[in-house]
Design a protein around this ligand. Structure first.
Ligand code: GRF
Length: 218
């Protein structure tokens, strides 16, 4: 059982997917705290409805990003968080947060990375004219949406799609993929292999279900 700290800035439908997966027994985790930089974020109301602790850390009250992140880290530590989930969290995180939770900060992004990082993934996909897009769950590193990929799901881009339709189709997949990836982490099946041995960058391996920790990775 791992304790999650979920950071949200908006509606929090991915947070809801996590809460639902926990309630249904599909995700062996506890949401220890939901933190938002926006006091009105819908995600906070969802957390309260589920009986989960919440905290507002308003970024406007801090001199810089690192000072803001230090306050967020303090809150996460106070709730004994193991894994941090960025679920529609619209702030760039700094090494202050990443160093406090090394390879333990997970993001969900609405595109098939490394395509279309940054803001407006669905809009970028439509503008480019790709026929397939999707979502990516990845560990966060110091770059923007550049960290090791844990899982991806693809969706078709259909004739007549606008940004809202494509984003909704992608979001549906996010809601399935994010809890699943977190369950893999909870089961101790997710490892980050450092760069080397033919790979120029850190890569994630997910060991098969039922195998012991550290065995049988592929
Ligand atoms: C999702 O599309 C996520 O990929 C992106 O922001 C959106 C958040 O939606 N980072 P919600 O707040 O979870 O409903």
């Amino acid at each position: 059982m791992i304790t999650l700290g979920v950071l949200v800035s908006g509606g929090g439908s991915n947070l809801q997917a996590i809460l639902d997966a926990v309630a249904a027994g599909r995700l062996d985790a506890k949401v220890g705290v939901v933190v938002s930089n926006v006091a009105q974020a819908g995600g906070l109301a969802r957390a309260r409805a589920a009986g989960v602790a919440t905290a507002v850390v308003d970024h406007r009250g801090f001199a810089d990003r690192a000072a803001f992140d230090a306050a967020v880290v303090e809150t996460l530590r106070a709730h004994r968080v193991d894994v941090v989930v960025l679920a529609g969290f619209m702030r760039v995180v700094t090494t202050t947060l990443l160093d406090a939770f090394p390879m333990r900060v997970v993001n969900v992004h609405p595109a098939l990375l490394p395509s279309f990082p940054g803001l407006h993934g669905p809009r970028q996909a439509l503008a480019y004219g790709v026929k397939v897009s999707g979502c990516t769950v990845h560990f966060v590193d110091a770059g923007t949406d550049t960290g090791p990929v844990i899982a991806q799901a693809a969706v078709p881009v259909l004739e007549g799609d606008d940004e809202a339709r494509l984003a909704a189709r992608i979001l549906e997949q996010e809601h399935a993929l994010l809890p699943r990836a977190l369950q893999w982490i909870s089961e101790g099946r997710v490892r980050v292999a450092p760069p080397g041995e033919g790979a120029g960058r850190a890569r994630v391996t997910v060991s098969a279900q039922g195998e012991g920790q550290g065995e049988g990775e592929r």
